[in-house]
Design a protein around this ligand. Structure first.
Ligand code: FAD
Length: 209
């Protein structure tokens, strides 16, 4: 989509004020990367407190050291766009101007023992930002599932494979996050290696038949 061009419909955004929603390792990574790419200010927005923050401690410490702001007990409820009804060609039209949040407090523990965040009534406020990065988990893109007949997926959209990475379609293999859901580089590489061996054997077997 030519996003490297600043006048494209979806240009790569750099600099400005950035909000990162989420409190995991990926959120810390996104926040620190945004800062290193020239953001003026980066805020992590997380709906629970520091105690429940799921990122590894050292990731949090490094983010703090680098100057990331932590907005805790803070839940986003709306992303606000710039709107210029009388100037529809204004390049800022529909670009982010802020994020509306509500202050939270911790209530009773949920089934996992983590205290549930509860919104405080009438505590909404706006943080002025130019970019919002959602960092609250990923799931496999449904495009492949929707366009590939006979490809079985589980309830979370992950492609179902056997121990060799073979899917429900003959000679079609899968591995990594598309199978397991969000995981790690090393497990994706492992799955790729295993599938490569199985593909090699399958091709040799086919050639011999
Ligand atoms: C910000 C961030 C930080 C992370 N930090 C770490 C970390 O420090 N350590 C760690 O171990 N893991 C980390 N992870 C997780 C790690 O990146 C993933 O687990 C890993 O990349 C999964 O590898 P993959 O090959 O399964 O998928 P991906 O790396 O997502 O690769 C999938 C590829 O398939 C392409 N694709 C998608 N659909 C199609 C299609 N229809 N046709 C063709 N190509 C297609 C995509 O463009 C992409 O290139 C991080 C993730 C994020 C988002």
């Amino acid at each position: 989509m030519k996003s490297y061009k600043s006048d494209s419909a979806t240009p790569v955004m750099k600099g400005g004020r950035v909000a990162v929603v989420g409190g995991g390792n990926v959120a810390m990574d996104a926040a620190r990367t945004a800062l290193r790419m020239g953001a003026e200010k980066v805020s992590i927005i997380y709906r629970r407190s520091m105690e429940e923050l799921p990122a590894r401690r050292e990731e949090v410490e490094h983010a703090m050291e680098e100057g990331i702001e932590f907005r805790l007990l803070c839940n986003p409820i709306e992303i606000l766009p710039h709107t210029f009804p009388n100037d529809p060609k204004n390049p800022l039209n529909n670009f982010v101007r802020g994020i509306k949040c509500i202050q939270m407090q911790l209530g009773e523990p949920d089934e996992k023992g983590r205290r549930r965040p509860v919104p405080i009534e009438n505590s909404e406020f706006i943080i002025d930002v130019d970019t919002v990065i959602m960092s609250i988990g990923t799931s496999p893109n449904p495009l492949i599932k929707n366009t590939t007949e006979g490809l079985n997926v589980n309830s979370k959209g992950g492609i179902i494979v056997n121990g060799d990475g073979l899917t429900s379609r003959a000679y079609v293999y899968a591995g990594g996050d598309a199978v397991t859901g969000a995981a790690t580089v090393i497990s994706a590489m492992g799955a790729g290696k295993k599938a490569a061996e199985a593909i090699d054997l399958a091709i040799k077997g086919k050639a011999q038949a």
